[in-house]
Design a protein. Structure first.
Length: 409
């Protein structure tokens, strides 16, 4: 007898990164020369998962009470302060003068996106996504019985604002509400970072829909790996968001602090209406309590400590710069070898991934696997997680990928 709720039937992960990564790990056990560029986690030049010494030290020195105990569902005021300071840095004061906010701790950025989707769309409604995106967005949508409409993300090498508006209009026509997720900067999987004016044009468009509620879920999972030291200037754009616009910033501690498994995150909602934001605060906390109760206490107390101790903070920032330099060197090798070998990829600006569009994806993946290379298939493309490869492993990789694609076509 099949004992299952109707809404659960047929649900299954397909091409999920964690599944493909298991295959790559198994292949590497047999052949250590296998290239595993599947998972979006930062590895050092010895091929080991990178950890920040300062973070490691803080975590290991936490008193039992701060390590093992329950955290509050919201994360508590010290966590909220530390995350707001971390995320907005010098933009915090002016942004939070212009906007009201609601805040809740979430298990990773995933939890923040879930919280935002769950509280902004009803069953049967449609979410707007670009045509190339992080797979779990669509899985979360389908799990909540939401539909997805896609726009073509690029026009040549720029963000396709016309395509975005065209599809947004279609959605608004049907449901008089727009909810979209934008992963920026360092977009997964392409590595694109929007120009400030491109993000401004999204806000401008939303503002123009005065009587239509618009929600921008702004996923900043990779922001701290942006090579641009002024990347946070774009938060100032949110000050101009209209009364009808709610911005939900999905913060993830996973990549920023290299604490992937500790499930650290938060949803920060920014809006204009104080009363509504108070109501929203209660709602998003309720969602947290009913879906995951509360989040892991250790990373919550870790960032609180980092926030309070300037010396630890500045030591950590030095280590961040070191990790970014490593990532930049890897990106430079791949991008220049791709050019030399005529391998075209989506417009890469920065971040963990470079993605190569290709036909006959299944054959390409097979050819790659036969050559001991494991990448993640994304719609009509393969994603290379340069974050997890040493510089030595990256050398020659573009050429091998080009060969695998040519053989399949
Ligand atoms: C685009 C994007 N958003 C959000 C996340 C959320 O990560 P986590 O839930 O581990 O914080 C990830 C992780 O891979 C991601 O790639």
């Amino acid at each position: 007898m099949k004992i299952i709720a109707k809404h659960s039937e047929g649900k299954m992960l397909k091409n999920d990164v964690f599944q493909i990564s298991e295959q790559a790990k198994a292949a590497k056990l047999i052949n250590p020369n296998v290239i595993d560029a599947t998972v979006g986690a930062f590895y050092d030049e010895k091929g080991k998962l990178y950890k920040y010494k300062v973070i490691d030290k803080i975590l290991k020195k936490l008193p039992d009470e701060e390590f093992y105990s329950y955290a509050s569902t919201s994360g508590g005021s010290a966590y909220r302060e530390a995350v707001l300071n971390w995320v907005f840095k010098d933009k915090r004061e002016s942004l939070l003068q212009a906007k009201k906010y609601a805040f809740v701790a979430t298990p990773g950025g995933t939890g923040a996106i879930f919280n935002s989707l769950y509280n902004s769309l009803d069953k049967g409604e449609t979410l707007l996504l670009p045509n190339i995106y992080w797979g779990p967005y669509a899985n979360m949508a389908s799990d909540q019985d939401l539909k997805v409409l896609e726009y073509s993300m690029f026009k040549k090498d720029s963000f396709n604002i016309e395509g975005f508006i065209e599809k947004a209009e279609e959605i608004i026509e049907k449901q008089n509400k727009l909810v979209t997720i934008i992963n920026d900067p360092c977009h997964n999987p392409t590595g694109y970072t929007m120009k400030e004016e491109e993000l401004a044009s999204v806000i401008e468009y939303m503002n123009s829909k005065k009587n239509t509620p618009c929600v921008l879920i702004y996923d900043i999972a990779y922001m701290d790996f942006s090579f641009n030291s002024t990347i946070r200037n774009r938060f100032s754009l949110f000050k101009d968001a209209g009364e009808n616009v709610l911005i939900s910033i999905a913060f993830s501690g996973s990549k920023t602090f290299s604490v992937y498994g500790l499930r650290m995150g938060a949803a920060i909602y920014l809006g204009s209406d104080k009363e509504f934001l108070n109501e929203l605060q209660a709602i998003i906390t309720f969602t947290g309590r009913t879906h995951w109760s509360n989040c892991t206490a250790a990373p919550i107390n870790m960032i609180v400590e980092l926030d309070k101790k300037p010396k630890k903070y500045s030591d950590f920032m030095k280590q961040v710069v070191y990790a970014m330099e490593m990532l930049k060197e890897r990106a430079d090798i791949f991008v220049s070898e791709a050019k030399e070998n005529g391998l075209s990829h989506y417009p890469y600006v920065e971040g963990f991934f470079i993605t190569i569009p290709c036909n006959n994806l299944e054959k390409v993946i097979k050819n790659l696997n036969d050559d001991g290379i494991y990448l993640v298939p994304v719609k009509g493309a393969v994603r290379v997680a340069i974050c997890s490869l040493t510089k030595v492993a990256i050398q020659g990789l573009a050429k091998r990928i080009k060969t695998a694609i040519d053989l399949a076509n």
